[in-house]
Design a protein around this ligand. Sequence first.
Ligand code: ADP
Ligand code: ADP
Length: 230
Amino acid sequence: ADIVSATDLVRRYGEGEAAVNALAGVTVAFAAGRYAAIMGPSGSGKSTLMHCLAGLDRPTSGSVVVDGVELSSLDDRRLTELRRDKIGFIFQSFNLLPVLTAEENILLPLSIAGRKPDRAWFDELVQTVGLTDRLKHRPSQLSGGQAQRVAVARALVSRPAVIFADEPTGNLDSKASAEVLELLRRAVDDLGQTVIMVSHDPEAAAVADRLVVLSDGLVVEDRATQVAVA
Ligand code: ADP
Ligand code: ADP
């Protein structure tokens, strides 16, 4: 089944002569439990699509459905709740809170929701991302790769239905990139998560099951990638 789908999405910026259709009519659906990469040149609409799919931005027209819920039917408060309950985010710039420890950053989505962590799950997650001995460190005391692994754990801690990753390897060296990509792959294969990732990085796209290519606000290519079946 599709966990995220968009129909005829248009996102226009500006008015009249200066108007730009960042999305010019995008229809695309993402199956649950799969890993999709969105690529395309700078300015092709990748960030705009991601933000509309994740309920961070409202399209000019068209519809987005996340886990059966039409986003345009939600007011801002309900949209925030849906993001909190169903979506995890990973950003290029990590977006960790500098005053919190790694552990506190990972637990933040649960703290915000007023939920208690499942300790066994937390321990397993921390072990999986290799941060057991970094939990009391603050972001400034972590390498980029470690910081992004904190962000991956934060995105997974509440077991959201779908994880959006925006250039997750953009600030990482190749070794740290490979580690983060491996974690996202395992989130899909071992935990049944859905990952939707925007990336410029061909190595990142290579770990996905599917490649969606945008150009000038339209999907111009959409195909399965060859993934070695374990
Ligand atoms: P990408 O992520 O592929 O680089 P974006 O989604 O950021 O592309 O941008 C798509 C198009 O929309 C570009 O032409 C960009 O200049 C324009 N755009 C994006 N955000 C805004 C904005 N807030 N105001 C005006 N134009 C924007
Ligand atoms: P960019 O891709 O332009 O470098 P980011 O990926 O850091 O920017 O953020 C993209 C958008 O997501 C911004 O509009 C920001 O307000 C929003 N955002 C950033 N962090 C979060 C978060 N943890 N939860 C929800 N929205 C966020």
